[in-house]
Design a protein around this ligand. Structure first.
Ligand code: NDP
Length: 328
């Protein structure tokens, strides 16, 4: 089988040569182990942080080891009491076609009403990030205006739709007319500002006539800077990601003083540190997806070898919706 390992730690932009494709023999399983064949790999922005050695909330990915990452697949052999051959499972098995696991962090999923791939997006970690940031940090009331950056993506798409279900005015920020049209027409946001159109301040002002009560921040840098002056008193910012800076771009904020003048609460969070909310959140998200009330879109790269380029693209907005790699 094939896997991809981290070959070098990128400086600045990630390059294809930072990864290496390897071929290995399929290992035998021992008592208590499961052999899983991955159908989908989840590519996520946080992986850029793990590739680096800089201090962060999680230990760096080891060199020459399988790239970490969420996976969805099927059990092909089992000597584990909780998993049977044929079970669909999500786990954190990394960029590999098959993997042996002791079942820790492996979860059986029901694909009868929800497609397997959705468990890596809307009904998985990104969906939970949206759910947590909205419900626990932003806590928007009906009628309030919320702004969501990287609005067409895995996390942002869920935030906005949950905000609409709560009766908020929801304004997205996304790159390009196609993504913005999708955010409004398909996801049902009230407006979407194209930050690449060259008039971010004016467009954001026009889309938020009553100011901004809460921000779900996925991007940081100039976009967050533009939103701060529009915040209302006692606004909340759920700081989920700072993707604009992951490759080393300048992330300085000029409008920091609005944290004081608008008496804002800003809280960063890492969704995997709040596992106690996952059962409730995932069941709500699952019901919404199964009921057709929560829509999503996927960018699917074909085959393991396509993973590095798809990941590099994700950090540049080449994806349109949840970025996956389909293995079979
Ligand atoms: P997305 O599906 O949203 O894909 C990333 C998107 O980010 C791109 O499509 C692009 O959209 C946007 N983007 C990339 N570079 C820039 C840039 N320089 N300036 C502005 N936008 C940019 O990814 P996810 O939904 O998986 O993740 C979104 C954010 O949430 C990330 O910051 C991620 O790190 C964070 N996250 C945090 C979690 C937590 O626990 N704190 C958990 C999960 C995700 P566009 O073309 O519109 O610019």
């Amino acid at each position: 089988y094939q896997r991809i390992v981290l070959a070098a730690r990128p400086r600045g932009e990630v390059k294809p040569s930072d990864f290496r494709l390897e071929t290995q023999d399929v290992p035998a399983i021992a008592d208590g182990q499961v052999l899983v064949r991955n159908h989908y790999l989840s590519l996520d922005p946080y992986m850029r942080g793990r590739m680096s050695e800089a201090k962060s909330y999680a230990a760096p990915q080891a060199l020459n080891e399988t790239m970490i990452g969420g996976t969805a697949g099927q059990v092909v052999a089992s000597r584990h009491p909780k998993f049977a051959v044929g079970d669909f499972v999500v786990g954190v098995l990394g960029w590999t076609e098959v993997a042996v696991t002791d079942g820790c962090m492996l979860r059986k999923v029901d694909t009868s009403h929800i497609p397997l791939s959705a468990y890596l997006g809307t009904v998985g970690m990104p969906g939970m990030a949206a759910w947590y940031g909205l419900n626990q940090i932003m806590q928007p009331k009906a009628g309030e205006t919320i702004v969501v950056t990287a609005a067409s993506g895995a996390v942002g798409s869920v935030v906005g739709q949950l905000g609409k279900l709560r009766g908020c005015r929801v304004v997205g920020v996304a790159g390009g007319p196609e993504k913005c049209a999708y955010v409004v027409d398909e996801l049902g946001f009230d407006a979407c500002v194209d930050y690449k159109a060259g008039q971010l301040l004016a467009d954001l002002a026009a889309a938020t006539p009553n100011g901004i009560d809460a921000i779900f921040e996925n991007v940081g840098g100039p976009i967050l800077d533009a939103a701060l002056p529009r915040t209302n008193a006692f606004g909340r910012i759920a700081l989920c990601g700072l993707i604009a800076g992951y490759n080393g771009s300048d992330m300085s904020i000029k409008n920091f003083r609005f944290l004081l003048t608008s008496r804002l609460t800003l809280r960063g969070f890492i969704v995997t540190e709040h596992m106690e909310y996952w059962p409730q959140g995932l069941s709500e998200l699952g019901l919404l997806v199964a009921g057709g009330k929560l829509r999503y879109r996927e960018s699917i790269a074909a085959g393991l070898a396509a993973a590095p380029q798809a990941f590099i693209g994700l950090l540049h907005g080449k994806n349109f919706g949840k970025q996956l790699v389909k293995l079979i």
